[in-house]
Design a protein around this ligand. Structure first.
Ligand code: SF4
Length: 383
């Protein structure tokens, strides 16, 4: 069938609210005809309006990376260091507390906390004790801050170090005050890709199992995809299918928590280890490819995950504003500091002021609102 006719047929069905198949998503990702691309963009924008409204949301949050010492060697990672290596860090509780205090003074409602897999991160010989202490360091002092922390990879690391189950780790962290989990470390949920870019990481099934377990225990999560490196369009869609199935499972099983948003994280290779950098052959994300995938993700996931966010750190702020026309309804957070992608050579910087977010959104002709981590209206105001 002619590409334009096929694309139009798929998009017409999507506009009627129907779910598109994996094969149809692959066809959309392959379309490069200008008319088809415009149709794709307009459909994603229409569905975004219908599923999430016209107002663009953002959260006042602060990133805290408590250590960059990591036992793994992911081939895209410019953040990790060995213990004792120049540039390595491992924050003390007082430093973490001081960052949380300063975030609160700037109106933050959320702390997003992640770190490397540091075998020395133990208290009384237990990894879980160290992480529980991290949680209580923040929550005992500032219970009003939503603590969004620890990827499924970190959960697996704690469980492996202490010889306990993922469920035990999640339950204990939740009881200590953990509020939700970032759905990072997903990279691309395809074993071929993972073997090349992150061979030491948990496999797709374990990532999915830990996220499902979090949902069943009442911990909301986000979902992400690291795109624009060696993955094929089929593997991109395989990833989207895993995410859609996971959310449907949470809905069908009536789990108390869900995936709150989908975030596309385009690969930044400037300071990445040379093997992957050479293989990708590009240091910054390709905006066109990222926008096409953004639109397809809106169409593929929007019926069950209405919130979609671009990464201004990776795309640059202007690139993120463009993504608001391709299916995104949220602009993420102020972050206040960012190390992981900035160390990879990203152009977007590591911090945005609330006014910058508001003015950027207003420049697109849309209204804005400050939200909580879970997309309720936020009550805090900066200052
Ligand atoms: S991506 Fe995470 S797990 Fe992989 S090397 Fe970097 S810090 Fe470690």
């Amino acid at each position: 069938m002619d590409e334009k006719i096929e694309t139009r047929k798929i998009l017409e069905r999507a506009k009627e609210g129907e779910e598109i198949s994996s094969q149809e998503a692959i066809s959309l990702l392959r379309s490069r005809n200008l008319e088809s691309l415009l149709d794709l963009k307009n459909t994603a924008d229409l569905l975004r309006r219908r599923q999430a409204g016209d107002t663009v949301s953002f959260v006042i949050n602060r990133n805290i990376n408590f250590t960059n010492i990591c036992e793994q060697h992911c081939n895209f990672c410019a953040f990790r260091r060995d213990s004792g290596e120049e540039g390595s860090f491992f924050l003390e509780s007082e430093e973490i507390l001081s960052k949380a205090r300063s975030a609160l003074s700037k109106g933050a409602t959320e702390i997003c906390m992640q770190g490397g897999l540091n075998p020395k991160a133990k208290l009384g010989g237990k990894s879980l004790n160290y992480y529980l202490n991290l949680v209580s360091t923040i929550k005992d002092h500032y219970p009003q801050l939503h603590l969004h922390a620890f990827s499924p990879q970190e959960i697996e690391f704690i469980a492996r170090e202490d010889g306990i189950t993922y469920g035990d780790v999640l339950m204990e962290l939740k009881e200590a005050g953990l509020d939700s989990l970032p759905g990072t470390a997903a990279e691309v949920l395809s074993e071929r890709v993972r073997k090349i870019i992150c061979p030491e990481k948990i496999n797709s099934q374990i990532w999915l199992e830990i996220i499902a377990s979090a949902h069943s225990l009442g911990l909301h999560t986000t979902s992400t995809m690291l795109c624009g490196h060696i993955e094929t369009v089929q593997e991109q869609v395989e990833h989207l299918e895993h995410i859609r199935t996971l959310q449907k499972r949470a809905i069908n099983q009536k789990y108390p928590a869900r995936i709150t948003e989908f975030i596309l994280l385009p690969f930044v290779g400037q300071n990445a280890p040379s093997m992957l950098r050479k293989r990708v052959g590009r240091d910054q994300p390709c905006l066109e490819d990222t926008m096409i995938l953004t639109a397809v993700a809106r169409i593929y996931l929007g019926n069950v995950i209405p919130n979609q966010q671009p990464s201004w750190v990776k795309l640059g702020f202007n690139g993120a504003l463009v993504a608001l026309e391709w299916g995104c309804n949220d602009l993420g957070g102020t972050l206040m500091e960012e190390h992981i992608t900035s160390m990879a050579g990203a152009i977007g910087g590591g911090s945005l002021e609330v006014e910058q977010l508001q003015m950027g959104i207003a420049s697109t002709g849309r209204s804005y609102r400050q939200r909580t981590t879970l997309y309720d209206d936020a009550l805090s105001s900066p200052g």
